[in-house]
Design a protein around this ligand. Structure first.
Ligand code: SF4
Length: 268
């Protein structure tokens, strides 16, 4: 590992790793803060892993004569219920807080409008306790949410305004069917892409992989309310420890040495 000073002035540490994920051999140089940071500091590592998983899925689909139909400018799925991990909720809220004006106020206004619409619909209590909704009722809650047609507060001109930073679950929602069907998920004509691993699910366990269980999931329009009403008790650890925790969750092992393996078939 090599240490240096990062763009933000903080100390960083880099390491070359080699691993296998989703049938792909990967060599990468990972750079993370060396000091104690919240788990969101390793989201770039997860974004990189997710891109590899999706690239492998695309190659597999191509071999079957199919292709992913999702394209920039299609916001059909951005009116669905998007649950994110607490780690991402805090990261996304931080993005909003760091936006320059007048963009920040415009995004905040869209969050406020979504909350008001959810309160008016009576759905907001279910969303505030998303993890308490019985499994058999989740689909109904999702369909009720979709029927409201509330655009994600980050959606602008039918495109994601935070594309590079969008949540893992948004990256994982991919279809090979005509995107027009995504406007009516109840019709069951949406043909989703099966991924070998869902990193969005792993992320919920990252803050405490061996302890108290998954951290809460937050409906995306509620993230600002969540961070404003829940103190940030996510643990702080050195960046390399978070990277190690990510690889442990995915593979059951630690940070892979060159030549190590990160099996892609360990779906959560
Ligand atoms: S974060 Fe972006 S991709 Fe995800 S639902 Fe919102 S607008 Fe769509």
């Amino acid at each position: 590992m090599a240490g240096s000073t990062g763009e933000g002035g903080g100390e960083t540490v880099s390491a070359k790793v080699a691993f296998r994920i989703a049938d792909s051999d990967v060599q990468a140089e990972l750079t993370v803060p060396s000091g104690r940071v919240p788990p969101g500091a390793v989201l770039p590592v997860l974004h990189m892993l997710e891109a590899i998983v999706i690239e492998a899925a695309e190659a597999r689909l191509e071999g079957e004569g199919r292709r992913i139909a999702c394209r920039a400018g299609c916001g059909a799925c951005c009116r669905q219920l998007v649950p994110v991990s607490e780690v991402e909720a805090r990261h996304l809220a931080g993005l909003v807080a760091a936006m320059p004006e007048p963009g920040r106020s415009a995004v905040r206004a869209r969050f406020d409008a979504a909350l008001a619409r959810l309160a008016e619909s009576g759905l907001i209590d279910a969303l505030r306790g998303l993890d308490s909704v019985p499994r058999e009722e989740r689909e109904a809650v999702g369909l009720a949410y979709f029927s409201l047609g509330i655009p994600c507060p980050f959606l602008e001109d039918e495109s994601c305004s935070i594309h590079e930073q969008r949540p893992l679950v948004c990256r994982e929602f991919l279809v090979t069917s005509d995107p027009v069907h995504c406007s009516d998920p109840a019709a069951a004509r949406v043909r989703g892409v099966q991924l070998p691993v869902h990193l969005s699910n792993l992320l919920a366990r990252l803050p405490d992989p061996s302890g108290r269980g998954p951290s809460p999931r937050v409906a995306l329009p509620l993230i600002m309310e969540f961070v404003e009403t829940h103190p940030d008790e996510l643990p702080r650890r050195p960046g390399p420890e978070w990277v190690d925790a990510v690889f442990r969750l995915v593979s059951g092992g630690g940070l892979p040495a060159p030549g190590g393996e990160l099996p892609g078939d360990r779906a959560p």
